[in-house]
Design a binder for this molecule. Structure first.
Ligand code: NDP
Length: 248
């Protein structure tokens, strides 16, 4: 019998991350959710809430914007749980401002959390996946990394950077049984978008041909498709999941 594959989802306790954890567990994976270290109590509550619904998620603390924290997390995961077969880079933040008002701190925070994080975490797993001859890496980008967005020079740049990262690493790992793809959600109903002022949210929804935001499950389903054992020939791809908002 095949061993149960291990999936690590950064930002796993967040809105989209939670749906991804559930989808991967439903697919038979052992799922580890990464959480931001100061949020340990929230992460523990999240874990016990899901345990009572029958999901045995592991949780690990890691600041993905920090290389050493990412290295330590993967080292600990390997020693206590096992080598990661599936990685979903999902942690992310926004710090929206027009460029003329944006501070270097807002630029750095978004680039480090949304883009450097993909290097920091993926760097730790590529060798093991290559040696094992199997791996699935999915980077959660954004429609705004494809089309740009007013007030999001930092976020759009970071998410666009993920596309380049995905395609470069996909080429490096193409002969190793490791696929690397990205998913670009449109607007998804989570705490991140609940924080958008109502009138702006309504104007965004008017731009979506489907006339609504996505549900986290609709993103998670696409991630589980990309990470499926049978999905062996798709690499370096970006799958837009945006209700028709930006067709590419
Ligand atoms: P959430 O804020 O719910 O989830 C993001 C998660 O990332 C949170 O759990 C957060 O932890 C974690 N995180 C933030 N910074 C760090 C860090 N330095 N180290 C470790 N973890 C960190 O947002 P969503 O679920 O909506 O977003 C998930 C991903 O999807 C993000 O990459 C986002 O950019 C992307 N996305 C979201 C869209 C949307 O409409 N919601 C649209 C397109 C893309 P904590 O809460 O403790 O800070």
């Amino acid at each position: 019998m095949n061993k149960q594959k291990i999936a690590l989802v950064t930002g796993g306790t967040g809105g989209i991350g939670t749906a991804i954890c559930i989808a991967l567990a439903d697919q038979g994976r052992k799922v580890i959710a990464g959480y931001f270290p100061p949020e340990q109590e929230i992460a523990r509550d999240w874990q016990s809430r899901h345990r009572s619904n029958g999901y045995e998620f592991e949780i690990v603390a890691c600041d993905v914007s920090d290389y050493e924290s990412s290295r330590k997390m993967l080292h600990d995961v390997e020693n206590t749980i096992g080598a990661v077969d599936i990685l979903v880079n999902c942690a992310g933040i926004t710090r929206d401002k027009t460029l003329r008002q944006m501070t270097p701190e807002q630029w750095d925070a978004v680039l480090r959390t949304n883009l450097d994080s993909a290097f920091n975490v993926t760097r730790q797993v590529v060798e093991g996946m290559s040696d094992n001859g199997f791996g699935r890496i999915v980077n959660i980008s954004s429609v705004n990394g494809q089309k740009g967005q007013f007030g999001q020079a930092n976020y759009s740049a970071a998410k666009a950077g993920l596309h380049g990262f995905t395609k470069a690493v996909a080429q490096e790992l193409a002969t190793k049984g490791v696929t690397v793809n990205s998913v670009s959600p449109g607007y998804v109903k989570t705490e991140m978008t609940d924080a958008i002022p109502e009138e702006i949210r309504d104007s965004i929804i008017r731009q979506v041909p489907m006339g609504r935001m996505a549900l986290p499950d609709e993103i998670a389903y696409v991630v589980s498709f990309l990470t499926d054992d049978r999905n062996t020939y798709m690499t370096g791809a970006n799958l837009p999941v945006n209700g028709g908002m930006y067709m590419s």
